[in-house]
Design a protein around this ligand. Structure first.
Ligand code: SF4
Length: 512
């Protein structure tokens, strides 16, 4: 990658200038501000250089590192940055609260000592030496943390359901790192930038429910994440933080990686477990729920990467600290992947309840080229669109559901005035038709029929009745499909018909 080349060149020039004893080049994970990458930060002053090219490296070394003079032309020019040079002063970062992303872009993810240096594995030490498993579950429950993968189920409750018969039956702790929503990359960023936080959280979960084995199911399309997880697992074992008798407490816990082969449905919890078992990744009917009968028919908990990334901080700072962030029913923060027609594409982490307007206009820097905001899609192919009239909606589970969207895993695609909402709905439906596993008829056949009607409408051959049929079919699939993929697949169509019905009608009318 370009960053790798920059690192090599920095090291080479620092050596040539005899500075290798004083200046270290540290590779970190993502800073979140994709739009400004590659980013170079010079510490301790925190100077924030953006869009650095290979040609710029020599100037930074000669001017800044040798002579102590900031290279003004390379300093990030985003709002709030020009006079201070520091990343945390920019509008993009100032309005954020980074809990899940706290170490991303800060530490070297391939060095366990750097994670430990920021308080890493302290939470595991705390639970193993000062808390009972039930107290751990109580703390997570009390914090109000809910699953960040989409459904928003209370994490502590899930753990409690799986906590019976500790020590008497085999149990598993799984991590869903099969991030598949188009436009979502928050889990990837955590895995690449702070892999130990996931390992530590899984070990805490293992202690809480009485499991000694964990599995991380990670997409094979994330090779850097896979590599860093492998390094992190190896280092944690060497430090005695995974394996037998952790912290000399008699607690045993280890973690294995399983690579997903790119099937979107394997993000569904039962399909994911079926895939780990070595079978075709198809969902199974629930009940029984995984907490009772999950992986290899044993009690299992599954949380996603972002959910786990919150756990050590909750243990260290306490449930009261966490539940003071966010809204009444949606506690803590949420990471959103900002993409589409927005100036500051990237990853942002904000307290739950932050308005969509703040995320788009303030942190995201607004819509480029003077165009008007038309809608934002949250929750990817399972979610819905939010039109301009709802720009002030607080981004939390309840408010998004009220307007027909969902939080989902946090993909947030912004569309400007030029977007055709029927095309957007078609894009997402094509995705789910492709990704349907085919096990149940409503999803396998129903989504195809929906797509045929949409094709007809966009080809100018549809009728007004087709729009009603589309809506009717969508509602039937929602209530009859076997798993979450099918139950939510109609959402983009339903929400665009709800908010932008006139665009569907225009496709029908204008071609007559
Ligand atoms: Fe498979 Fe779709 Fe049915 Fe889920 S809803 S089991 S993805 S066919």
């Amino acid at each position: 990658s370009r960053s790798d080349e920059l690192i090599i060149k920095f090291k080479e020039l620092i050596r040539q200038n005899g500075l290798e004893e004083e200046i270290a080049v540290v590779q970190t994970g993502c800073h979140g501000l994709c739009e400004a990458g590659p980013i170079v930060i010079v510490d301790p002053e925190g100077t924030f250089y953006s869009r650095v090219t290979l040609e710029d490296v020599e100037e930074i070394v000669k001017e800044h590192l040798v002579k102590g003079r900031v290279v003004e032309r390379l300093v990030y020019q985003g709002e709030g940055a020009s006079t201070h040079y520091s990343l945390n002063d920019t509008v993009f970062y100032k309005s954020q609260k980074r809990i899940a992303l706290r170490n991303c872009g800060v530490i070297n993810p391939e060095e366990i000592d750097e994670y430990i240096g920021t308080g890493g594995y302290e939470a595991l030490g705390k639970v193993l030496t000062t808390m009972t498993p039930d107290e751990v579950i109580e703390e997570i429950l009390e914090s109000g943390l809910r699953g960040r993968g989409g459904a928003g189920f209370p994490t502590g409750m899930k753990w409690r359901f799986a906590s019976g018969n500790r020590g008497k039956v085999q149990k598993y702790v799984c991590c869903n790192a099969d991030e598949g929503d188009p436009g979502a990359f928050m889990d990837r960023s955590v895995l690449e930038g702070d892999p130990h936080v996931v390992l530590e959280a899984m070990a805490i979960a293992g202690y809480a429910i009485g499991a000694d084995q964990g599995y991380i199911y990670v997409r094979a399309e994330y090779p850097i994440a896979v590599e860093r997880l492998n390094i992190a697992i190896k280092q944690a074992r060497e430090y005695g933080l995974l394996g037998n008798d952790i912290f000399g407490t008699g607690f045993n816990f280890d973690i294995g990686l399983r690579l997903g082969a790119g099937a979107f449905v394997c993000g569904e919890e039962t399909a994911l477990m079926t895939s780990i078992e070595g079978n075709r990744g198809e969902p199974r009917p629930r009940p029984p729920f995984p907490a009772v009968k999950g992986l290899f028919e044993s009690p299992t908990i599954l949380n996603n990467v972002e959910t786990y990334a919150n756990i050590p901080q909750i243990i260290i700072n306490g449930a009261d600290w966490y539940k003071n962030i966010g809204t009444d029913k949606s506690k803590g923060t949420k990471v959103f992947a900002l993409g589409g027609k927005i100036n500051n594409t990237g990853l942002v982490e904000v307290p739950m309840g932050t308005s969509l307007r703040t995320v788009i206009e303030e942190i995201g820097g607004g819509v480029p080229n003077g165009k008007k905001f038309k809608a934002a899609q949250t929750g990817g192919p399972s979610g819905g669109c939010i039109p301009a009239e709802h720009l002030d909606v607080p981004m939390d589970y309840e408010h998004l559901a009220e307007i027909g969207s969902i939080m989902g895993s946090g993909g947030l695609i912004v569309m400007d005035e030029d977007a055709c909402m029927v095309d957007i709905a078609k894009f997402y439906l094509e995705f789910t038709v492709d990704e349907s596993c085919g096990k149940c008829t409503p999803c396998r056949v129903g989504t195809k029929r929906m797509l045929e009607i949409l094709d007809k409408i966009t080809a100018g051959e549809g009728t007004m009745e087709d729009i009603d049929r589309l809506e009717d079919l969508a509602n039937k699939i929602k209530t009859t499909a076997l798993c979450g993929l099918g139950q939510t697949a109609p959402n983009p169509v339903l929400s665009t018909i709800h908010f932008f019905r006139e665009e569907y009608e225009a496709h029908v009318r204008d071609h007559k």
